[in-house]
Each structure stands twice: as structure tokens, then as C-alpha cells.
Write a protein that binds this ligand. Structure first.
Ligand SMILES: [Zn+2]
Length: 268
């Protein structure tokens, strides 16, 4: 069965990972802009990063018939420097019309700080101005529930349609808030932190599989690009129908991402 990996940082992964993902059924992925593991020294470094995401990764994925897409932004961890961030936002504008760019993300909070809020507001305004989808990162270390609530308040205040924003890295205690306010729920499956495949399937069942996606968020940290096939296996083990499994792993991300007008997947 085909699946879409909607949140993965392939710049940090090997070509072998593309191969293994393709063998497991992956036909498309989207790669949000994120923190490189160090603070970039100059705003211009983001131009190099966006060039890489919109050219090299697309070609590397295409070798394995995976349609690569990306999201652009200044990530929350580097958004503490407001002047620096504003320069990056100008670079985002230069790249936003490139093929395969599906929206603004992953934006949000890292420490729930005032400067992060300022830059989140400006990037949400940018997405509204440019009619872009939004992918939200919610904090891991600090108060996830508080960061999620603050983010939803910003999205509401800017008139973002809840259909067009994915709130990612949700856990059991935050999904209800996001669902009640009409937004999409993203769930990340990790080997040690965040969701295990078992916990993810518990929550998928609670939400009846509606308006949600799952992802591996595999990056340079301890993570696993094959956790979506493992979650599919867990759904099969519990007796979920093929239609339900396809809804979670393919139909839902396709429905959300197709709103960008630039998400293309060719399944042969
Ligand atoms: Zn990420």
C-alpha cells in the first residue's frame, strides 16, 4: 500500500533511507524547514538551505519515485533574534513560488517566548498574505499545551481557516483542544520520545481517523524514517480495515496538502 510521509527532514538522512522508504510504499514526502542543530550564522545561510530543499532533495527523492515537497520559514528555535528572523522572512518570499513548496512551516513556539510570538505572528501574516498552508511546530520541552493554545490564538486572530493549518507534534493531552477548535492534528512517532506506534494508533482510534496525519519527523536526532510502515503494521495487527489505514496514511495527507495547489504525487 502507498503512503505519504508528510513531515521528515531528508536533508539529514541518507539516500539509503529514500530507498528503504520507497520499498516500504512511500510515494511522496514533505520536508519542513527546521533547526540545523546549530544556529545559522547569517540569514543568507537560509538561502542556501532553501536552495537545497527546492532542488537537490527533489532530485534525490525522484530517483526512488518519491515526490519531494517542502515548507519554508524561520524555525522557532532561531526566531529569538527578531531582526535576523525578519531578514530570513524576506528570503522566504524569494523562494515561495518554487516548484514543490507547499506552505509556511514549521513555525510555532520553542520556549513560548515573547520574541517567538512576534515572529510567529509575522509568519502567519505572511502565510495569509501569500495564501499559503501552515505547518505548526509545537514545543517539546516547555509547556506543549500552553504553546498550542497560544498558537491557535494567533491563527484565529489572523483569520486562518482551520482547514489550512496542521498543528503537529500533538500528544494525548493536546489533541482535544486542536480538534475542538477545528484544526488538523499532526502526530509524530519517534523511537523514544513523542508517540510510539501503539500510542499513535490508540489516539487515531479516539479521533476516528479524521482530520489527522501521522509522521516520523525523522531528522539528525535519534529517529526512524520507517515508523509509518511500523504504525501501518500496528493498525493491521489490530484489525483495522484497509480503507481506514489508507485514510490515515494516504488520503488524509493528500487531502490536506492538495489545498496548496502544488502538491503532486504520481502513483504508478
Ligand atoms: Zn520537524
Amino acid at each position: 500500500m502507498h503512503y505519504i510521509e508528510p513531515h521528515i527532514h531528508m536533508i539529514s538522512r541518507t539516500t539509503d533511507d529514500y530507498h528503504r522508504m520507497a520499498m516500504a510504499g512511500c510515494v511522496a514526502c514533505t520536508e519542513p524547514a527546521f533547526w540545523a542543530g546549530y544556529d545559522r550564522p547569517h540569514p543568507e545561510a537560509f538561502a542556501d538551505y532553501f536552495e537545497h530543499l527546492t532542488s537537490f532533495e527533489r532530485g534525490r527523492a525522484a530517483r526512488f519515485s518519491i515526490a519531494h515537497h517542502c515548507w519554508l520559514c524561520i524555525n522557532p528555535k532561531e526566531a529569538e533574534d527578531v531582526a535576523f528572523s525578519r531578514e530570513v522572512i524576506q528570503i522566504v518570499r524569494q523562494f515561495i513560488d518554487r516548484p514543490g513548496v507547499v506552505g509556511i512551516g514549521e513555525i510555532g513556539f520553542n520556549k513560548n517566548s515573547r520574541n517567538e510570538l512576534t515572529i510567529l505572528e509575522e509568519q502567519v501574516a505572511l502565510a495569509v498574505e501569500l495564501n499559503q498552508l501552515i505547518l505548526v511546530h509545537t514545543p517539546h520541552m516547555e509547556d506543549k499545551l500552553k504553546g498550542t493554545r497560544l498558537t491557535l490564538d494567533v491563527l484565529d486572530a489572523h483569520g486562518v481557516s482551520p482547514d489550512r493549518a496542521m498543528i503537529d507534534h500533538m500528544e494525548e493531552h493536546t489533541t482535544r483542544l486542536v480538534r475542538d477548535r477545528g484544526y488538523w492534528v499532526g502526530m509524530t512517532i519517534y523511537p523514544d520520545t513523542k508517540f510510539t506506534p501503539q500510542r499513535a494508533v490508540d489516539t487515531i482510534e479516539t479521533l476516528a481517523g479524521d482530520r489527522l496525519w501521522i509522521n516520523s519527523s525523522a531528522d539528525w536526532a535519534y529517529s526512524d524514517p520507517l515508523l509509518l510502515p511500523q504504525t501501518r503494521f500496528e493498525m493491521q495487527r489490530r484489525g483495522h480495515t484497509e480503507a481506514m489505514i489508507q485514510k490515515v496514511l494516504y488520503d488524509n495527507p493528500l487531502q490536506f496538502l492538495s489545498q496548496s495547489g502544488k502538491f503532486k504525487v504520481t502513483v504508478t
